[in-house]
Write a protein that binds this ligand. Structure first.
Ligand SMILES: [Zn+2]
Length: 501
Protein backbone atom coordinates (compact mmCIF):
# COMPACT_ATOMS: atom_id res chain seq x y z
CA UNK A 1 0.00 0.00 0.00
CA UNK A 2 1.37 3.39 -0.94
CA UNK A 3 1.06 5.85 1.95
CA UNK A 4 2.26 9.36 2.68
CA UNK A 5 4.07 10.21 5.92
CA UNK A 6 3.92 13.85 7.02
CA UNK A 7 6.97 15.07 8.90
CA UNK A 8 6.69 18.07 11.25
CA UNK A 9 9.11 21.00 10.99
CA UNK A 10 10.93 20.17 14.22
CA UNK A 11 12.00 16.78 12.84
CA UNK A 12 12.83 17.89 9.29
CA UNK A 13 16.43 18.54 10.34
CA UNK A 14 16.73 14.73 10.27
CA UNK A 15 15.00 14.26 6.88
CA UNK A 16 17.13 16.59 4.77
CA UNK A 17 14.36 19.16 5.06
CA UNK A 18 11.67 16.95 3.47
CA UNK A 19 8.14 17.57 4.75
CA UNK A 20 6.68 14.30 3.55
CA UNK A 21 7.68 10.94 2.22
CA UNK A 22 5.77 8.41 0.14
CA UNK A 23 6.45 4.75 0.74
CA UNK A 24 5.06 1.24 0.64
CA UNK A 25 3.78 -0.37 3.83
CA UNK A 26 1.07 -2.60 5.27
CA UNK A 27 1.06 -1.22 8.81
CA UNK A 28 1.98 2.03 10.55
CA UNK A 29 5.03 0.27 12.04
CA UNK A 30 6.25 -0.69 8.58
CA UNK A 31 5.70 2.82 7.27
CA UNK A 32 7.75 4.33 10.12
CA UNK A 33 10.43 1.65 9.73
CA UNK A 34 10.74 2.47 6.02
CA UNK A 35 11.06 6.14 6.89
CA UNK A 36 13.83 5.54 9.41
CA UNK A 37 15.70 3.37 6.90
CA UNK A 38 15.73 6.34 4.55
CA UNK A 39 16.56 8.75 7.38
CA UNK A 40 18.42 6.82 10.12
CA UNK A 41 19.05 9.95 12.19
CA UNK A 42 15.32 10.18 12.77
CA UNK A 43 15.14 6.84 14.55
CA UNK A 44 16.37 7.84 18.03
CA UNK A 45 13.94 10.76 17.99
CA UNK A 46 10.93 8.53 17.32
CA UNK A 47 11.72 5.43 19.35
CA UNK A 48 12.79 4.80 22.90
CA UNK A 49 14.94 1.68 23.26
CA UNK A 50 13.84 -0.70 20.58
CA UNK A 51 10.45 -0.33 19.01
CA UNK A 52 8.48 1.68 21.52
CA UNK A 53 7.45 5.13 20.37
CA UNK A 54 8.63 7.99 22.58
CA UNK A 55 5.73 9.42 24.52
CA UNK A 56 6.06 12.96 23.25
CA UNK A 57 5.58 11.60 19.73
CA UNK A 58 2.04 10.93 18.60
CA UNK A 59 1.23 9.21 15.35
CA UNK A 60 -2.04 9.66 13.51
CA UNK A 61 -3.43 7.56 10.69
CA UNK A 62 -5.54 10.03 8.73
CA UNK A 63 -7.43 11.81 11.55
CA UNK A 64 -7.24 9.11 14.26
CA UNK A 65 -4.58 8.60 16.91
CA UNK A 66 -3.08 5.10 16.49
CA UNK A 67 -3.16 4.67 20.30
CA UNK A 68 -6.93 4.31 19.98
CA UNK A 69 -6.56 1.73 17.19
CA UNK A 70 -4.03 -1.09 17.05
CA UNK A 71 -1.11 1.19 17.85
CA UNK A 72 1.89 0.48 15.60
CA UNK A 73 0.14 -2.61 14.22
CA UNK A 74 -2.69 -0.52 12.77
CA UNK A 75 -3.06 -1.56 9.11
CA UNK A 76 -2.83 1.09 6.39
CA UNK A 77 -4.74 1.42 3.13
CA UNK A 78 -3.64 2.75 -0.24
CA UNK A 79 -3.53 6.56 -0.13
CA UNK A 80 -3.59 6.83 3.69
CA UNK A 81 -1.78 9.67 5.40
CA UNK A 82 0.39 8.97 8.46
CA UNK A 83 1.15 12.11 10.46
CA UNK A 84 3.87 12.41 13.10
CA UNK A 85 2.76 14.99 15.66
CA UNK A 86 5.45 15.84 18.23
CA UNK A 87 4.73 18.33 20.96
CA UNK A 88 5.77 21.81 19.88
CA UNK A 89 7.56 24.86 21.86
CA UNK A 90 0.18 21.28 21.09
CA UNK A 91 -16.43 13.19 18.93
CA UNK A 92 -16.46 16.97 19.76
CA UNK A 93 -18.42 18.11 22.72
CA UNK A 94 -20.99 20.71 21.82
CA UNK A 95 -20.81 24.09 23.40
CA UNK A 96 -24.43 23.74 24.35
CA UNK A 97 -23.18 21.30 27.01
CA UNK A 98 -19.91 22.83 28.02
CA UNK A 99 -21.05 26.43 27.99
CA UNK A 100 -23.49 25.67 30.77
CA UNK A 101 -20.90 26.45 33.44
CA UNK A 102 -20.68 30.00 32.19
CA UNK A 103 -24.44 30.14 31.71
CA UNK A 104 -24.98 29.49 35.37
CA UNK A 105 -25.39 33.20 35.74
CA UNK A 106 -28.99 33.75 34.72
CA UNK A 107 -29.76 36.44 32.15
CA UNK A 108 -31.12 38.79 34.79
CA UNK A 109 -27.78 38.60 36.64
CA UNK A 110 -25.85 39.66 33.54
CA UNK A 111 -24.61 43.26 33.42
CA UNK A 112 -26.50 45.64 31.16
CA UNK A 113 -25.00 47.67 28.30
CA UNK A 114 -25.07 51.46 28.16
CA UNK A 115 -25.79 53.38 24.95
CA UNK A 116 -22.13 53.83 24.16
CA UNK A 117 -21.55 50.09 24.45
CA UNK A 118 -24.63 49.36 22.32
CA UNK A 119 -23.20 51.52 19.50
CA UNK A 120 -19.75 49.97 19.88
CA UNK A 121 -20.98 46.38 19.72
CA UNK A 122 -23.71 46.93 17.11
CA UNK A 123 -22.22 44.47 14.58
CA UNK A 124 -22.38 41.79 17.25
CA UNK A 125 -25.82 42.79 18.50
CA UNK A 126 -27.50 42.38 15.12
CA UNK A 127 -26.19 38.80 14.81
CA UNK A 128 -28.64 36.28 16.26
CA UNK A 129 -25.68 34.15 17.44
CA UNK A 130 -24.53 36.96 19.75
CA UNK A 131 -27.36 39.46 20.26
CA UNK A 132 -27.98 41.37 23.50
CA UNK A 133 -27.80 38.25 25.67
CA UNK A 134 -24.49 37.13 24.13
CA UNK A 135 -22.93 40.58 24.39
CA UNK A 136 -23.95 40.81 28.03
CA UNK A 137 -22.45 37.39 28.59
CA UNK A 138 -19.19 38.63 27.04
CA UNK A 139 -19.27 41.59 29.40
CA UNK A 140 -19.80 39.28 32.37
CA UNK A 141 -17.00 36.91 31.38
CA UNK A 142 -13.46 36.89 32.72
CA UNK A 143 -10.46 35.59 30.80
CA UNK A 144 -6.88 35.16 32.00
CA UNK A 145 -4.17 35.43 29.35
CA UNK A 146 -0.90 33.75 30.25
CA UNK A 147 1.71 35.66 28.26
CA UNK A 148 1.41 38.84 26.20
CA UNK A 149 3.70 37.77 23.38
CA UNK A 150 2.99 36.64 19.83
CA UNK A 151 -0.16 34.69 20.69
CA UNK A 152 -1.30 36.93 23.54
CA UNK A 153 -1.25 39.99 21.26
CA UNK A 154 -4.14 39.03 18.94
CA UNK A 155 -5.95 37.17 21.73
CA UNK A 156 -5.92 40.23 23.97
CA UNK A 157 -6.74 42.74 21.27
CA UNK A 158 -9.68 40.78 19.80
CA UNK A 159 -11.11 39.87 23.20
CA UNK A 160 -10.87 43.47 24.35
CA UNK A 161 -12.48 44.68 21.12
CA UNK A 162 -15.22 42.04 21.44
CA UNK A 163 -16.12 43.38 24.88
CA UNK A 164 -14.91 40.65 27.23
CA UNK A 165 -15.55 42.59 30.41
CA UNK A 166 -12.78 41.36 32.67
CA UNK A 167 -9.32 40.38 31.51
CA UNK A 168 -6.23 39.34 33.44
CA UNK A 169 -2.76 39.38 31.94
CA UNK A 170 0.31 37.64 33.38
CA UNK A 171 3.81 38.30 32.09
CA UNK A 172 7.16 39.09 33.67
CA UNK A 173 9.02 40.13 30.53
CA UNK A 174 9.90 43.54 29.12
CA UNK A 175 9.36 44.54 25.50
CA UNK A 176 12.41 43.88 23.34
CA UNK A 177 13.00 45.15 19.80
CA UNK A 178 13.02 41.58 18.51
CA UNK A 179 9.42 41.13 19.76
CA UNK A 180 7.96 43.75 17.44
CA UNK A 181 8.07 41.54 14.31
CA UNK A 182 5.02 39.68 15.67
CA UNK A 183 3.86 40.96 19.07
CA UNK A 184 1.62 43.67 17.64
CA UNK A 185 0.14 44.59 21.00
CA UNK A 186 3.46 46.40 21.71
CA UNK A 187 4.92 49.31 19.75
CA UNK A 188 8.36 50.78 19.13
CA UNK A 189 7.89 53.32 21.92
CA UNK A 190 7.26 50.45 24.37
CA UNK A 191 10.70 48.86 24.03
CA UNK A 192 12.09 48.47 27.56
CA UNK A 193 8.67 48.71 29.27
CA UNK A 194 7.12 45.81 31.16
CA UNK A 195 4.92 43.93 28.71
CA UNK A 196 1.88 43.97 30.97
CA UNK A 197 1.96 47.80 31.11
CA UNK A 198 2.32 48.15 27.39
CA UNK A 199 -0.42 45.56 26.80
CA UNK A 200 -2.78 47.16 29.34
CA UNK A 201 -2.43 50.57 27.68
CA UNK A 202 -3.08 49.12 24.23
CA UNK A 203 -6.12 47.15 25.37
CA UNK A 204 -7.60 50.13 27.20
CA UNK A 205 -7.08 52.20 24.10
CA UNK A 206 -9.05 49.62 22.10
CA UNK A 207 -11.80 49.40 24.71
CA UNK A 208 -12.03 51.62 27.80
CA UNK A 209 -15.14 49.78 29.04
CA UNK A 210 -13.27 46.69 30.22
CA UNK A 211 -11.49 45.88 33.46
CA UNK A 212 -7.87 44.73 33.13
CA UNK A 213 -5.89 43.12 35.96
CA UNK A 214 -2.14 42.96 35.48
CA UNK A 215 0.26 40.51 37.14
CA UNK A 216 3.90 41.40 36.59
CA UNK A 217 5.08 37.96 37.64
CA UNK A 218 6.12 34.60 36.38
CA UNK A 219 3.33 32.03 36.55
CA UNK A 220 4.47 29.42 39.07
CA UNK A 221 3.20 26.40 40.94
CA UNK A 222 2.71 28.73 43.94
CA UNK A 223 0.46 31.33 42.32
CA UNK A 224 -1.28 29.49 39.44
CA UNK A 225 -4.21 27.87 41.25
CA UNK A 226 -5.18 30.99 43.16
CA UNK A 227 -4.97 33.07 40.00
CA UNK A 228 -6.88 30.64 37.78
CA UNK A 229 -9.77 30.38 40.25
CA UNK A 230 -10.56 34.06 39.65
CA UNK A 231 -11.27 33.60 35.93
CA UNK A 232 -13.73 31.68 33.73
CA UNK A 233 -11.31 30.76 30.93
CA UNK A 234 -7.52 30.52 30.66
CA UNK A 235 -5.76 31.27 27.37
CA UNK A 236 -2.32 29.72 27.02
CA UNK A 237 0.03 31.99 25.11
CA UNK A 238 3.24 30.55 26.54
CA UNK A 239 6.31 29.55 24.60
CA UNK A 240 7.94 26.94 26.83
CA UNK A 241 7.14 23.46 28.08
CA UNK A 242 7.32 24.01 31.86
CA UNK A 243 4.69 26.76 31.71
CA UNK A 244 2.55 24.82 29.23
CA UNK A 245 2.33 21.80 31.56
CA UNK A 246 1.78 24.11 34.51
CA UNK A 247 -1.12 25.85 32.71
CA UNK A 248 -2.60 22.49 31.74
CA UNK A 249 -2.40 20.94 35.18
CA UNK A 250 -3.67 24.07 36.93
CA UNK A 251 -6.62 24.20 34.50
CA UNK A 252 -7.46 20.55 35.18
CA UNK A 253 -7.18 21.04 38.96
CA UNK A 254 -9.40 24.15 38.91
CA UNK A 255 -11.79 22.80 36.26
CA UNK A 256 -11.14 25.66 33.82
CA UNK A 257 -11.05 25.42 30.03
CA UNK A 258 -7.55 25.88 28.55
CA UNK A 259 -7.56 27.57 25.15
CA UNK A 260 -4.27 26.36 23.73
CA UNK A 261 -2.07 27.57 20.88
CA UNK A 262 1.54 26.99 19.95
CA UNK A 263 3.75 28.07 17.10
CA UNK A 264 7.08 27.20 15.50
CA UNK A 265 8.46 28.60 12.24
CA UNK A 266 5.50 28.08 9.87
CA UNK A 267 3.55 25.58 11.92
CA UNK A 268 0.86 26.17 14.47
CA UNK A 269 -1.38 24.08 16.70
CA UNK A 270 -4.59 25.03 18.46
CA UNK A 271 -7.10 23.24 20.63
CA UNK A 272 -9.39 23.67 23.62
CA UNK A 273 -8.50 21.37 26.50
CA UNK A 274 -11.25 21.05 29.06
CA UNK A 275 -11.05 17.96 31.22
CA UNK A 276 -13.91 19.26 33.37
CA UNK A 277 -16.30 19.69 30.44
CA UNK A 278 -19.74 18.61 31.54
CA UNK A 279 -19.82 15.40 29.52
CA UNK A 280 -16.60 14.22 31.25
CA UNK A 281 -14.97 13.37 27.94
CA UNK A 282 -12.77 16.43 27.47
CA UNK A 283 -9.10 15.71 26.77
CA UNK A 284 -6.29 17.72 28.35
CA UNK A 285 -2.81 18.52 27.02
CA UNK A 286 -1.36 15.56 28.90
CA UNK A 287 -3.87 13.22 27.24
CA UNK A 288 -2.10 14.28 24.05
CA UNK A 289 1.45 14.46 25.42
CA UNK A 290 1.89 12.83 28.82
CA UNK A 291 5.49 14.05 29.06
CA UNK A 292 7.56 16.79 27.47
CA UNK A 293 10.36 16.10 24.97
CA UNK A 294 13.90 16.09 26.37
CA UNK A 295 15.42 19.57 26.64
CA UNK A 296 17.03 20.75 23.45
CA UNK A 297 15.24 18.38 21.09
CA UNK A 298 12.50 20.79 20.14
CA UNK A 299 13.98 24.20 19.41
CA UNK A 300 12.25 27.29 20.78
CA UNK A 301 11.11 30.15 18.55
CA UNK A 302 14.16 32.11 19.79
CA UNK A 303 16.36 29.40 18.31
CA UNK A 304 14.30 28.24 15.35
CA UNK A 305 12.49 31.42 14.42
CA UNK A 306 8.82 32.06 13.72
CA UNK A 307 7.03 33.71 10.82
CA UNK A 308 5.66 36.96 12.24
CA UNK A 309 2.11 36.52 10.97
CA UNK A 310 1.75 32.93 12.27
CA UNK A 311 0.94 33.84 15.91
CA UNK A 312 -1.55 36.34 14.48
CA UNK A 313 -3.47 33.52 12.82
CA UNK A 314 -3.19 31.02 15.67
CA UNK A 315 -3.91 33.68 18.32
CA UNK A 316 -6.99 34.82 16.39
CA UNK A 317 -8.21 31.20 16.43
CA UNK A 318 -7.71 31.15 20.23
CA UNK A 319 -9.71 34.39 20.53
CA UNK A 320 -12.45 32.89 18.36
CA UNK A 321 -12.66 29.77 20.53
CA UNK A 322 -12.69 31.84 23.72
CA UNK A 323 -15.64 33.89 22.46
CA UNK A 324 -17.55 30.75 21.49
CA UNK A 325 -16.95 29.27 24.96
CA UNK A 326 -18.40 32.43 26.50
CA UNK A 327 -21.39 32.50 24.16
CA UNK A 328 -21.93 28.79 24.82
CA UNK A 329 -22.65 28.04 21.18
CA UNK A 330 -20.95 26.87 18.01
CA UNK A 331 -18.68 23.84 17.67
CA UNK A 332 -15.79 24.13 20.07
CA UNK A 333 -12.28 22.97 19.30
CA UNK A 334 -12.50 20.56 22.23
CA UNK A 335 -11.18 17.07 21.51
CA UNK A 336 -9.78 18.28 18.21
CA UNK A 337 -6.23 19.34 17.43
CA UNK A 338 -6.00 21.86 14.65
CA UNK A 339 -2.71 21.87 12.72
CA UNK A 340 -1.86 24.82 10.52
CA UNK A 341 0.99 25.09 8.02
CA UNK A 342 1.37 28.70 6.90
CA UNK A 343 3.91 27.87 4.21
CA UNK A 344 1.63 25.38 2.44
CA UNK A 345 -1.52 27.20 3.57
CA UNK A 346 -2.95 24.00 4.88
CA UNK A 347 -5.28 23.37 7.82
CA UNK A 348 -5.67 19.83 9.11
CA UNK A 349 -7.65 18.49 12.00
CA UNK A 350 -6.92 15.48 14.19
CA UNK A 351 -9.23 13.88 16.74
CA UNK A 352 -8.25 13.91 20.41
CA UNK A 353 -9.60 11.59 23.04
CA UNK A 354 -9.43 11.69 26.77
CA UNK A 355 -6.77 9.21 27.90
CA UNK A 356 -8.20 7.09 30.73
CA UNK A 357 -4.60 6.66 31.97
CA UNK A 358 -3.84 10.41 31.87
CA UNK A 359 -1.77 11.24 34.98
CA UNK A 360 -3.73 14.42 35.70
CA UNK A 361 -7.28 13.97 34.34
CA UNK A 362 -7.54 10.17 34.05
CA UNK A 363 -9.53 7.76 36.20
CA UNK A 364 -6.62 7.11 38.54
CA UNK A 365 -4.85 10.42 38.29
CA UNK A 366 -1.63 10.63 40.28
CA UNK A 367 -1.13 14.37 40.04
CA UNK A 368 -3.30 16.03 42.66
CA UNK A 369 -1.32 19.20 43.11
CA UNK A 370 1.09 21.29 41.08
CA UNK A 371 4.65 20.00 40.80
CA UNK A 372 8.07 21.43 39.92
CA UNK A 373 7.67 21.90 36.17
CA UNK A 374 11.25 22.94 35.48
CA UNK A 375 12.39 19.64 36.92
CA UNK A 376 9.60 17.73 35.17
CA UNK A 377 10.80 19.14 31.85
CA UNK A 378 14.37 18.11 32.62
CA UNK A 379 15.61 21.67 32.97
CA UNK A 380 16.79 21.13 36.52
CA UNK A 381 17.99 18.16 38.54
CA UNK A 382 18.63 14.73 37.10
CA UNK A 383 16.94 14.11 33.82
CA UNK A 384 19.01 11.27 32.41
CA UNK A 385 15.92 9.16 31.90
CA UNK A 386 14.77 11.57 29.27
CA UNK A 387 18.06 11.43 27.46
CA UNK A 388 19.70 14.42 29.05
CA UNK A 389 23.08 13.41 30.35
CA UNK A 390 24.26 15.93 32.91
CA UNK A 391 27.66 14.33 33.39
CA UNK A 392 28.43 14.76 29.75
CA UNK A 393 27.19 18.31 29.85
CA UNK A 394 29.42 19.32 32.74
CA UNK A 395 32.39 17.79 30.95
CA UNK A 396 32.18 20.56 28.35
CA UNK A 397 34.79 23.28 28.88
CA UNK A 398 33.59 26.84 28.44
CA UNK A 399 35.09 30.26 27.96
CA UNK A 400 33.41 33.66 28.03
CA UNK A 401 33.33 36.14 25.16
CA UNK A 402 35.61 38.48 27.16
CA UNK A 403 38.12 35.69 27.71
CA UNK A 404 38.04 34.80 24.01
CA UNK A 405 38.75 38.43 23.07
CA UNK A 406 41.66 38.61 25.56
CA UNK A 407 43.18 35.42 24.20
CA UNK A 408 42.84 36.59 20.60
CA UNK A 409 44.46 39.93 21.54
CA UNK A 410 47.34 38.00 23.12
CA UNK A 411 47.83 36.23 19.81
CA UNK A 412 46.71 32.77 20.94
CA UNK A 413 46.31 30.37 18.04
CA UNK A 414 42.61 29.49 18.23
CA UNK A 415 40.34 28.22 15.52
CA UNK A 416 36.80 29.53 15.84
CA UNK A 417 34.01 27.36 14.46
CA UNK A 418 30.51 28.73 14.04
CA UNK A 419 27.87 25.97 14.05
CA UNK A 420 24.87 28.16 13.21
CA UNK A 421 23.02 28.10 9.88
CA UNK A 422 24.28 30.02 6.82
CA UNK A 423 21.42 32.55 7.04
CA UNK A 424 22.46 33.36 10.61
CA UNK A 425 26.10 33.72 9.54
CA UNK A 426 24.91 36.32 7.04
CA UNK A 427 23.31 38.37 9.82
CA UNK A 428 26.32 38.51 12.13
CA UNK A 429 29.63 36.73 12.62
CA UNK A 430 32.72 36.76 14.83
CA UNK A 431 35.85 37.75 12.84
CA UNK A 432 37.92 34.85 11.47
CA UNK A 433 35.26 32.29 12.35
CA UNK A 434 34.54 29.40 10.04
CA UNK A 435 30.98 28.26 9.38
CA UNK A 436 30.22 24.54 9.76
CA UNK A 437 26.49 24.11 10.55
CA UNK A 438 25.73 21.76 13.46
CA UNK A 439 24.28 19.03 11.27
CA UNK A 440 27.53 18.86 9.24
CA UNK A 441 29.96 19.11 12.15
CA UNK A 442 30.72 15.40 12.45
CA UNK A 443 30.97 14.71 8.72
CA UNK A 444 33.29 17.72 8.30
CA UNK A 445 35.36 17.13 11.43
CA UNK A 446 38.43 16.64 9.23
CA UNK A 447 38.36 20.39 8.54
CA UNK A 448 39.28 20.99 12.19
CA UNK A 449 42.91 20.81 13.24
CA UNK A 450 43.10 18.72 16.46
CA UNK A 451 46.54 20.19 17.20
CA UNK A 452 44.97 23.63 17.70
CA UNK A 453 42.59 24.66 20.42
CA UNK A 454 39.09 25.12 18.98
CA UNK A 455 36.35 27.46 20.15
CA UNK A 456 32.87 26.42 19.04
CA UNK A 457 30.07 28.94 19.08
CA UNK A 458 26.45 29.42 18.02
CA UNK A 459 23.84 32.05 18.88
CA UNK A 460 23.45 31.33 22.59
CA UNK A 461 25.64 28.35 23.46
CA UNK A 462 23.20 25.43 23.20
CA UNK A 463 23.92 24.19 19.68
CA UNK A 464 27.68 24.61 20.18
CA UNK A 465 27.48 22.39 23.28
CA UNK A 466 25.69 19.78 21.17
CA UNK A 467 28.40 20.09 18.51
CA UNK A 468 31.11 19.48 21.11
CA UNK A 469 29.26 16.45 22.43
CA UNK A 470 28.80 15.07 18.92
CA UNK A 471 32.48 15.60 18.05
CA UNK A 472 33.62 13.93 21.28
CA UNK A 473 31.31 10.98 20.67
CA UNK A 474 32.68 10.68 17.16
CA UNK A 475 36.15 10.37 18.67
CA UNK A 476 37.54 13.84 17.93
CA UNK A 477 40.79 14.12 19.90
CA UNK A 478 41.47 17.87 19.94
CA UNK A 479 40.64 20.36 22.71
CA UNK A 480 37.20 21.95 22.32
CA UNK A 481 35.85 25.00 24.15
CA UNK A 482 32.27 26.22 24.18
CA UNK A 483 31.73 29.98 23.86
CA UNK A 484 29.39 30.77 26.75
CA UNK A 485 26.36 32.74 25.57
CA UNK A 486 27.43 32.47 21.92
CA UNK A 487 27.64 35.39 19.53
CA UNK A 488 24.99 37.19 21.60
CA UNK A 489 27.46 37.38 24.49
CA UNK A 490 30.19 38.50 22.05
CA UNK A 491 27.94 41.38 21.00
CA UNK A 492 27.12 42.25 24.63
CA UNK A 493 30.63 41.95 26.06
CA UNK A 494 33.06 42.60 23.23
CA UNK A 495 31.68 44.25 20.11
CA UNK A 496 28.27 45.95 20.18
CA UNK A 497 28.78 46.54 16.43
CA UNK A 498 27.86 42.88 15.89
CA UNK A 499 24.08 42.92 15.53
CA UNK A 500 21.96 40.84 17.89
CA UNK A 501 19.06 38.92 16.42
ZN1 LIG B 1 -5.62 14.40 30.49
Amino acid sequence: MRVTIKIPTALRQFTDGHSESQLEARTVAQALAQLTITYPELRPHLYRDGNELRNFINVYLNTEDIRHQQRLDTPVKEGDVVTIVPSIAGGATTLEEIGSGLRARGNNELPSLNNEEISRYSRHLIMPEVGMAGQRRLKAASVLMVGTGGLGAPVGMYLAAAGVGHMGIVDFDVVDASNLQRQIIHGTKDVGRPKIESARDRLHNINPHIQIDTFNARLTSYNALQLFREYDIIVDGTDNFPTRYLVNDACVLTGKPNVYGSIFRFEGQASVFWAAAKDGRGACYRCLYAEPPPPGLVPSCAEGGVLGVLPGIVGAIQANETIKLILGDGDALTNRLLLFDAWKMEFRELKLRKDPACPVCGERATIKQLIDYEEFCGLRGSGTERGFDKTRETAIEELTATELKQRLDLGDDLQIIDVREPNEYEIARIPNSKLIPLKEIVSRAAELDPARQTVIHCKGGVRSAKAIEALKQAGYAGNLLNLKGGITAWSDEVDPGVPKY
